[in-house]
Design a protein around this ligand. Structure first.
Ligand SMILES: NC(=O)C1=CN([C@@H]2O[C@H](COP(=O)(O)OP(=O)(O)OC[C@H]3O[C@@H](n4cnc5c(N)ncnc54)[C@H](O)[C@@H]3O)[C@@H](O)[C@H]2O)C=CC1
Ligand SMILES: CC(C)CCC[C@@H](C)[C@H]1CC[C@H]2C3=C(CC[C@]12C)[C@@]1(C)CCC(=O)C[C@@H]1CC3
Length: 345
């Protein structure tokens, strides 16, 4: 008779664990007594108690050793939204996620927690207090969003109590915090090049920005509540700071905190969006001859000039979620963590 050893419930794997969110998640899991394997195409740090497995998640044979004796997998790997490479997004977010699911089933993993995105319902127009039952975007704003939609569907459809794999998706929005490689660095780069003088639209559009530790908290609650009899199986959950803020107030707080001037002059939304669209078309047409990446992409202008904030009541009810760090404290901790990006540094 063969006895199947039940993997320890405190052993988990984090796919994408070298990334911004992934590393914060790994650190919190260690604090909570989990032993952690990281699977990533790169190793960005070392930590006692963390086993790194380097490889591409599209390669099942490379993934399987990282899932050995693991009961819980977090999948938070994705190419960066800015890469704009359709083939790469399809390969990693869609085909790769299929392989992650197959590997979980083969390795006897019991729970899979996906980092999805609240953007899966965003089409570039206002979303106010959006709930999880909003339909997926029919016209996603970019390839990143298009493939995040397919990825989420794949993971949620894979939830199968009979087969023994339970799944859940966390949809964060606008993650920020120490070591974020995108939001603050892009913002500071724009400020240093004199591009942060303008407010797109009237500046009153509300947006969710979510401190990274709140996102981590949502992931861990979901993982710990994911059981065959729980209502969360196969469902998506918005995780935000639950404090929608004016997009331009948030940008100003970060900029002023780092010693730069806040944007002051208003530009009409339709004008900037039209210009961004023209620039994007020009970049596309001229791609064979010259390569340039405009700062103002239609996607960024849409993100900067519309309302997009989400209701996280479902996470509060089903997961017992409540943000653990306020927006004000999150901004202060973020600003402090970037001394090298301060004005004059
Ligand atoms: N940063 C944000 O504001 C938001 C992020 N998300 C999602 O959160 C997750 C984590 O995002 P971040 O930490 O910001 O990104 P990140 O770029 O810092 O981390 C992603 C990690 O995935 C790894 N990776 C990429 N392709 C891989 C592959 N083929 N095989 C193995 N590893 C691979 C990268 O090396 C990187 O370490 C992503 O799924 C993203 O879509 C969702 C909403 C908002
Ligand atoms: C999902 C969102 C809540 C998170 C937004 C992250 C990034 C898309 C933004 C971080 C820095 C922002 C930025 C702009 C747009 C949105 C960001 C890239 C601008 C390009 C908007 C137009 C400008 O005036 C310059 C801005 C630079 C910074």
């Amino acid at each position: 008779m063969t006895t199947r050893v039940r993997p320890s419930t405190k052993r988990c794997a984090v796919i994408g664990g070298s990334g911004f969110l992934g590393r914060h998640l790994v650190e919190k899991l260690l604090d909570r007594g989990y032993s952690v394997s990281v699977f990533d195409i790169r190793q960005s740090y070392e930590l006692p108690g963390v086993a790194f497995h380097l490889g591409d998640l599209c390669d099942k044979q490379a993934l399987l050793p990282a899932m050995k004796d693991v009961s819980l997998v977090f999948h938070c790997a994705s190419p960066a939204p800015a890469s704009d490479d359709r083939g790469l997004f399809e390969r990693v977010n869609i085909q790769g996620t299929r392989i992650v699911i197959q590997a979980c089933i083969e390795a006897g993993v019991q729970k899979l927690v996906l980092t999805s995105s609240a953007s899966v319902v965003f089409e570039g127009t206002d979303i106010k207090n959006g709930r999880e039952d909003l339909p997926y975007a029919k016209k996603p704003i970019d390839y990143y969003t298009e493939t995040k939609i397919q990825q989420e569907k794949l993971v949620l459809e894979a939830c199968d109590k009979e087969k023994g794999l339970l799944t859940v998706a966390i949809r964060p929005h606008g993650i920020f915090g120490p070591r974020d490689p995108q939001l603050v660095p892009i913002l500071v780069d724009a400020a240093r090049r004199g591009k942060m003088k303008f407010i797109i639209g009237d500046g009153t559009n509300l947006v969710d920005f979510t401190f990274v530790e709140n996102v981590v908290h949502g992931h861990i609650l979901a993982a710990e509540r994911l059981r065959p009899d729980s209502p969360i199986c196969g469902k998506p959950y918005h995780i935000t700071n639950d404090e929608p803020v004016k997009f331009w107030d948030f940008m100003s707080d970060v900029l002023v905190g780092l010693g730069y001037a806040a944007p002051r002059y208003h530009l009409p939304y339709a004008l900037v969006y039209g210009l961004a669209l023209l620039l994007w078309l020009l970049a596309l047409i001229l791609r064979p001859l010259v390569s340039f990446k405009p700062t103002f992409t239609p996607m960024r202008v849409a993100l900067a000039g519309t309302h997009h904030y989400y209701n996280c009541e479902r996470a509060k009810q089903d997961l017992g979620y409540k943000p653990v760090v306020s927006l004000k404290d999150g901004i202060a901790r973020t600003v402090q963590s970037y001394p090298h990006l301060r004005q004059g540094a």
